[in-house]
Design a binder for this molecule. Structure first.
Ligand code: ADP
Length: 563
C-alpha cells in the first residue's frame, strides 16, 4: 500500500489526518517542520505528501518549491492544505509552485481521500511509464551491444550494465557454462571478496544456477533462503534473481542480479528480464562463435604459412640434386655423341635432360607460389622497353617448337614501362608456352605489342593515362566459358586441359601476381575449340618520367666514377 507523508506544525491536525489515512490502509509518516519534511521526502520517497501551508520557519509554499527543485523529489505528488478560507490568489500561487492540489477549509474527508486516490493512481501510472522507458532504453542498449561489438568481454559488460539500469538492482554478473563449471564473464557491484570467490564456480556447488539452467526458468528470492545463511551473497543481498541464458533451447549460462533491498520481482519484471537474457544469449553466442572462427582462421593461417614454408624448403632442396642430374646428363651426352658405341644412349640422355628441365621449371613455380604466400615475392622494376623484351622472349620461345610459328606484330617506337626484367620475361614466356602447349595441333601464335589509352577490360580503379599492352593469341583448344573466371586461381586447370596436357595450374596465378605488382592487369578472351587471347597491360612511363628515372638511376654511377 502507498506511503503518505503528512506535514503540519499542529500535532492535533497531524493526529487527525494520520488516523484518517491509516484507517484507509495507507502507511503514514509525519513531520512538524518543513526542513524535516524535505529530508524525509528525499530519503524515504513517500508516494504522496500532504502539506500544511501555514507553518513557522518554512511555509508550505517554500516546501513545495524545494521539493520540485530536487530531482529526487520532484515527481512526488503534493497536496497543499490550508486552514484558511478559500483564496483564489493563494491557490494559484500554490499550484504555480508545483502543488498538484490545493484544498481549503472546510476540508471534506471524502473529498480529501478521493483526491489522494486519484493522485496516487496517476503517480503509479507515471512511475510505470518511467520504468518502462528505462527498460526500453536498456533493452535498446543491449540490442545495440549485441550488434555493434563482437568482443565477448565487452558484450558481457554492456549486457550487465543494461540489466542493472533497467531493474534498478545494485549487483549482478553473467556466468557462462564451460564444461562442468560456470565461468564469470562479467561481475559488477559485488564486494571484491564475493566476486573473487565466484570467478569460477563448479556446477555442483551452485544448485540455484544449475536448477535455473536445467529447468530453463528464472529463480528469485532471498539469498539467505536460496543459498543458506552462510553463503557470501546472503550477507550482501536481500533479493536475487537468477535467469538462464537460453539460446536455441540450450542454456549457455546464467544472468544473476541482486539488490540490498528486500523486494518483490513481479511478472512484468520477469518478462522483461526474459527479453534481456534472450538478447544476451544471442549476443554472447555471436561473440563466442566469432572468437572461435577467429581462432580457426588464425590456426589456418599458421598452417598455410607452414605449408608455404615447407614448399619453399622442399623446392629449394630438390633443385640441388636436380642440377647435378642435369649436369651429368649433359656431360654424358657430349661423351656419348663422340663415342660410336654409346649412340643408343644419346636419345635417353636427351630425355633425362628435358625431364630434368621440366622438373626444374615446376620447382621454380612452387617456390614462387610459396614466396607469394609468405609475402616474400619481390619485384625490382626499372624503366624498360616492353617491345624489345617481348621480341627477345618470343625468339627464345620459337626455339622450343617446330610445329608453331610465332608471329610478331610490333611497332618501331619503344614502349617504356617500369619492369622487372626477369619477372616480366617469366610472364611472357608463360603466356607463349601456354599458347604453344594448348594448341597441340600446331598453328600460329600471334603476338602484338602496342600503346593504348583504352585497352580492353580496363578495371575502373586502374584508369592510367596510357598503357603498354601485349597480347598473345593462339588457335588451340580454347577455354570453356565457365572456367575462364577461375583460370588465375592457384591450382585451377580447365576441364578440357586436364586429360591430355600436363600442368599444375600455377603459371597463370604467378603471372597475374607479377602483372599486378607492376601496377598492371591481365585478361583473357577465349572460345572453346577456337583459341584464346591473353592480354597484359602495364602503365606506360611517359617520356619525361622515363627520362627522369633514367637520370635518377644513372646518377650514383656518375658519382662513383669520381666526379
Ligand atoms: P598449367 O598450364 O600448368 O595448367 P596455368 O596456370 O598456366 O597452368 O594455366 C591454368 C589453366 O588455364 C590451364 O590448365 C588451362 O586449362 C588454361 N589455359 C591457360 N592458357 C591456355 C591457353 N592458351 N589455351 C587454353 N587453355 C589455357
Amino acid at each position: 500500500m502507498a506511503t503518505i507523508l503528512v506535514v503540519d506544525d499542529q500535532p492535533d491536525n497531524l493526529y487527525v489526518l494520520q488516523r484518517l489515512l491509516k484507517g484507509h490502509g495507507y502507511t503514514v509518516m509525519t513531520a512538524e517542520r518543513g526542513a524535516q519534511a524535505l529530508e524525509l521526502a528525499e530519503t524515504r520517497q513517500p508516494d504522496l505528501v500532504l502539506l500544511d501551508v501555514m507553518m513557522p520557519e518554512m511555509d508550505g509554499f517554500e516546501v513545495v518549491q524545494r521539493l520540485r527543485a530536487n530531482a529526487a523529489t520532484q515527481s512526488i505528488p503534493v497536496v497543499l492544505l490550508t486552514a484558511n478560507a478559500p483564496d483564489e490568489r493563494l491557490k494559484i500561487q500554490g499550484l504555480n509552485l508545483g502543488a498538484d492540489e490545493y484544498l481549503t477549509q472546510p476540508i471534506n474527508n471524502n473529498e480529501l481521500l478521493a483526491r489522494v486516490r486519484a493522485l496516487l493512481r496517476t503517480k503509479q501510472a507515471q512511475d510505470a511509464l518511467v520504468r518502462r522507458n528505462t527498460q526500453l532504453a536498456a533493452l535498446l542498449d543491449i540490442v545495440q551491444a549485441s550488434t555493434s561489438t563482437l568482443d565477448l568481454g565487452e558484450v558481457g559488460q554492456r549486457l550487465l550494465a543494461g540489466a542493472l539500469a533497467a531493474t534498478g538492482m545494485d549487483m549482478g554478473g553473467i556466468w557462462l557454462l564451460e564444461g562442468a563449471e560456470l565461468v564469470a564473464l562479467a561481475q559488477v557491484g559485488f564486494p571484491a571478496e564475493v566476486s573473487a570467490a565466484r570467478e569460477r564456480v563448479p556446477l555442483a556447488e551452485t544448485q540455484v544456477s544449475a536448477q535455473a539452467m536445467l529447468e530453463q526458468q528464472p529463480i528469485y528470492g532471498a539469498p539467505r533462503e536460496l543459498y543458506g545463511p552462510e553463503h557470501p551473497l546472503a550477507r550482501v543481498a536481500e533479493t536475487i534473481v537468477v535467469l538462464p541464458l537460453l539460446h536455441r533451447g540450450e542454456s549457455l549460462g546464467v544472468l544473476q542480479l541482486a539488490t540490498r533491498q528486500a523486494r518483490q520481482v513481479d511478472a512484468e519484471e520477469l518478462a522483461f528480464l526474459g527479453a534481456i537474457v534472450n538478447a544476451a544469449a544471442t549476443a554472447v553466442q555471436n561473440a563466442r562463435l566469432y572468437a572461435e572462427s577467429n581462432r580457426h582462421r588464425q590456426e589456418l593461417e599458421l598452417l598455410d604459412r607452414e605449408k608455404d614454408e615447407f614448399i619453399s624448403i622442399i623446392s629449394h632442396e630438390l633443385k640441388n640434386p636436380l642440377a647435378s642430374i642435369k649436369g651429368y646428363a649433359g656431360l654424358l651426352q657430349r661423351r656419348a655423341k663422340k663415342d660410336p658405341t654409346l649412340q643408343s644412349a644419346v636419345k635417353g640422355l636427351e630425355v633425362i635432360e628435358q625431364q630434368a628441365n621440366r622438373m626444374s621449371a615446376l620447382l621454380d613455380q612452387l617456390r614462387d607460389v610459396s614466396q607469394i604466400g609468405m609475402d616474400r615475392f619481390m619485384i625490382e622494376p626499372v624503366p624498360l622497353d616492353l617491345t624489345q623484351l617481348t621480341q627477345r622472349v618470343a625468339l627464345d620461345m620459337q626455339a622450343t617448337t617446330t610445329s608453331h610459328e610465332i608471329l610478331l606484330n610490333i611497332g618501331a617506337e619503344p614502349l617504356m614501362a617500369l619492369i622487372d626484367e626477369f619477372r616480366m620475361s617469366q610472364v611472357l614466356s608463360n603466356l607463349i608456352s601456354n599458347a604453344i602447349k594448348y594448341s597441340p595441333a600446331g598453328g600460329p601464335v600471334e603476338i602484338e605489342v602496342y600503346r593504348s589509352a583504352t585497352p580492353p577490360h580496363q578495371p575502373l580503379e586502374l584508369m592510367a593515362r596510357e598503357w603498354a599492352v601485349v597480347t598473345v593469341r593462339d588457335h588451340g583448344i580454347g577455354i570453356p566459358k565457365e572456367a575462364q573466371e577461375r583460370l588465375f586461381q592457384r591450382f585451377f586447370r580447365a576441364p578440357n586441359a586436364k586429360g591430355g596436357i600436363s600442368g599444375m595450374g600455377l603459371g597463370l596465378y604467378i603471372t597475374r601476381e607479377i602483372v599486378q605488382r607492376h601496377g598492371g592487369y591481365i585478361w583473357v578472351e577465349s572460345a572453346e575449340g577456337q583459341g584464346s587471347t591473353f592480354g597484359v597491360a602495364l602503365p606506360l612511363l611517359d617520356e619525361a618520367a622515363a627520362a627522369a628515372t633514367h637520370t635518377a638511376l644513372a646518377e650514383p654511377v656518375a658519382d662513383a666514377t669520381g666526379r
